[in-house]
Ligand binder design. Structure first.
Ligand code: PLP
Length: 384
C-alpha cells in the first residue's frame, strides 16, 4: 500500500457523524450481547404504517422499478405542495419542489446550489451535527455561531463578514427542542435581506410542536425569495429508513438543483415516492397520534430528569429530544452511562461547543425502555 495515492483533503478532514457513530457502537455492543438502551439516535420507534408499506409494494409489483423523474413524481410533488400550503401558507409551484433521498441530502443539495469555494455559512449552535460537514463538502467554510441561551440574531449579525453567503436555521431545533418565535423569524429574514444571504431552513421536526403553529421564514414575502426549505418524512411518519425528503425553493432555483440530482442519485426510487404519497395522505390521521405520544414522553422524561440531583431539564417546545444541563463533564457522564448503565446518549458538545454542560437524550425508544433508563439514571445520578 506504500504507493497508494492520497485521498482528497475533503475526505481526510471530514469528521464522522457523532450520532451515526454512536448508533454503530450500540449495534456492535448489542451484537456482543449487551442490552443497551439507545437514547442516542434520532430514529423514532414508530413503525411505518402498513398502508404506507402496501403502497410501496403495490408500486413495486406494478412496475415502479425504473428510473423516474429527477425532480420527483408529480403525485408526490403535488402532495408536498398541499402540505406546504397548509403549514406555511406558501403556494410552491410543483416545479419548485425537488424530492430528495431524505432531509440530509436536501441540506447537501441546497448547499451545493448556493455555496462557492470559500463562502461562509453561519450555523447556530448547539445545532445538528451534519451542517458543518455538508458545508465543507461543498468547499464552504462553516461558521459556528454560539447561542447557548437560545436563538440570538445579534450573534448572527456579529458573525457576518463579506464572505457570508448563507445561514442554516433549524426550527424546531435539534438538539434543544426550541421553536423560533415570529419575532425571531422576522429578525432572521430582515438580517438575510439586508446582507443578501440565502436561508436554508430545516423544518424536519415541524410536525412535532407542542406549543402551537411553527413560524416559517418562507411565509414572509422577503423570506420566500431567499429561503430553501428542507423537509423530510423521516421523523414525522416513522420513515427514517425509506430515505425520503424534499426541497421547496423560490422560482428559478430548482432547475439548477435538479442537475445535481441528475448527475448524482438520478432520482429517488419511484416505489419510495409512492409510499410518500400514501404517507402524506394519512397525515391528518397519523401525525396527531405520534405528536401526542412524543409529547407525553418528553413531559415524563423531563420531569424525571429534573428530580435527579445534578441535572436540570426543561420541557422542549417540540420534538423528541431532551437537552438537560448537567453538573460535570458531559463527555465523561455520557461515557459512564454507556459503560455502567448501558444507556447510550450524546454529549452536548457533539452539537458544537455551545452544547457544553448538556447531554442529549433522544426519546426514540419504547416507553418501557424509557422507564428503565430513567430509573437507572435516577439511581446512579451524574456523579462518579
Ligand atoms: N435535519 C435535522 C435537524 C435532523 O435532526 C435530521 C436527522 O437526524 C435531518 C435533518 C435529516 O433527516 P433525514 O435525512 O432522515 O430526513
Amino acid at each position: 500500500m506504500r504507493h497508494q495515492p492520497a485521498l482528497a483533503q475533503r475526505f481526510r478532514t471530514l469528521k464522522p457523524s457523532a450520532t451515526v457513530e454512536m448508533s454503530e457502537r450500540v449495534r456492535e455492543a448489542r451484537a456482543g450481547g449487551r442490552q443497551i438502551i439507545a437514547l442516542s439516535s434520532g430514529d423514532p420507534n414508530v413503525p411505518t404504517d402498513p398502508r404506507i408499506i402496501d403502497a410501496a409494494e403495490r408500486a413495486l409489483r406494478g412496475g415502479a422499478t425504473h428510473y423516474t423523474s429527477s425532480s420527483g413524481e408529480p403525485a408526490l410533488r403535488f402532495a408536498i405542495q398541499q402540505r406546504e400550503l397548509e403549514r406555511s401558507g406558501v403556494h410552491y409551484a410543483s416545479d419548485d419542489i425537488i424530492v430528495t433521498p431524505g432531509g440530509k441530502f436536501a441540506v447537501l443539495s441546497a448547499l451545493m446550489g448556493v455555496v462557492e469555494p470559500g463562502d461562509e455559512v453561519l450555523i447556530p449552535q448547539p445545532g445538528w451535527v451534519s451542517y458543518g460537514p455538508c458545508i465543507r463538502l461543498c468547499g464552504g467554510v462553516a461558521v459556528p455561531v454560539e447561542m447557548p441561551s437560545g436563538f440570538n440574531i445579534e450573534a448572527l449579525r456579529a458573525a457576518l463578514t463579506p464572505a457570508t453567503r448563507a445561514v442554516i436555521v433549524n426550527s424546531p431545533v435539534n438538539p434543544t427542542g426550541e421553536v423560533l418565535t415570529e419575532e425571531e423569524i422576522s429578525g432572521l429574514v430582515a438580517l438575510a435581506t439586508e446582507s443578501n444571504l440565502w436561508i436554508i431552513f430545516d423544518q424536519v421536526y415541524a410536525d412535532m410542536s407542542y406549543t402551537g403553529p411553527i413560524c416559517f421564514p418562507q411565509s414572509l414575502a422577503a423570506g420566500f425569495e431567499r429561503t430553501l426549505v428542507v423537509d423530510s418524512l423521516s421523523k414525522s411518519f416513522g420513515m427514517t429508513g425509506w430515505r425520503l425528503g424534499y426541497l421547496a425553493m423560490p422560482p428559478g432555483v430548482a432547475s439548477f438543483v435538479v442537475k445535481f440530482i441528475q448527475h448524482s442519485i438520478y432520482c429517488v426510487p419511484a416505489f419510495i415516492q409512492a409510499a410518500g404519497v400514501a404517507a402524506l395522505a394519512l397525515a391528518d390521521e397519523l401525525l396527531p397520534v405520534y405528536r401526542s405520544m412524543f409529547h407525553a414522553r418528553v413531559l415524563r422524561g423531563a420531569e424525571a430528569l429534573q428530580s435527579v440531583e445534578g441535572l436540570s431539564c426543561t420541557v422542549p417546545s417540540a420534538g423528541f429530544f431532551l437537552f438537560p444541563q448537567v453538573e460535570g463533564d458531559e463527555v465523561e457522564i455520557s461515557r459512564r452511562w454507556l459503560d455502567e448503565l448501558n444507556i447510550a446518549v450524546l454529549p452536548g458538545t457533539a452539537f458544537g461547543a455551545a452544547g457544553a454542560g448538556h447531554i442529549r437524550l433522544s426519546l426514540s425508544c419504547t416507553d418501557e425502555e424509557l422507564d428503565i433508563a430513567l430509573d437507572r439514571i435516577a439511581g446512579a445520578g451524574v456523579y462518579s
